[in-house]
Design a protein around this ligand. Sequence first.
Ligand code: PMM
Length: 287
Amino acid sequence: MTAADLLAERDRTLVMGVVNVTPDSFSDGGEWFEPAAAIRHGRDVWAAGADIIDVGGESTRPGAERPSVSEELRRVIPVIRELAAEGAVVSVDTMRAEVAEAAVAAGAVIVNDVSGGHADPDMVPYVVGARLPYIAMHWRGHSAEMYARAVYDDVLEEVCRELASRRDELLGAGLAEDLLVLDPGLGFAKTADHNWALLAALPRLHHLGHPILLGASRKAFLGRVGRPPGEPPRPPAERDLETAATSVMAAMAGLWCVRVHDVARTVRALAVVEAAQAHAPVEEGAR
Ligand code: PMM
């Protein structure tokens, strides 16, 4: 499938598999830090049924130091080059235009930018000129400052308003309508309560008029579900069942894609939704 076909997919929710080539991501930090290990992991993610492999070289965990551009390139480019050459559809998870450009030259076909273009003024002109599918996430600042900015009167209303204004700016800058994906940015300048409020209202995100991607996988708020007060949260690698529940919620809400670490189980969970949807009653008026 081409990236354009993937963006047009409406019959099922796609699965984006995470490959973090970082020493310090909260969810899988260090596991795939060496390019050869990341490539092996990417192959497994693809074989497990991912529609897209998202390769990133910068951790966004709170307090993480930003890598230099050259270090970010060193991490992601060999991994993207190899996985794309083997036929995978690859997105690059970066806030930097320079990294996006090198990633695309190495075979990436989608740019996933957690800053929605806010972190690097060169990013939007680059993706517009390159006519690339662009995933713009709701963002209020780099990890060092994002928790101070997790302040909302009405998180759903404010995230939708800020995403809508970003959408208008991106389209105004010349990005083609059918190349833009939006993402509410769970865990980014959001407390657990904010994440739950957004999860509870996923169908409302369709008002934005673009495909929606959800990134809930292994995030801290899921580690606290069902834990008695005083007990530590479940560690990230033990949050895949809770993640699958959020993926089912996303699919039931008709979202475009879920970004997850455990692709194999996500594919199985979403197959349940697809099987049920294939037997859905025909709506009155559609007969
Ligand atoms: N979350 C992370 C990284 N990249 N991209 C998008 N579009 N949405 C997200 O929610 C998102 C992302 C952080 O999670 P990780 O450290 O497990 O990759």
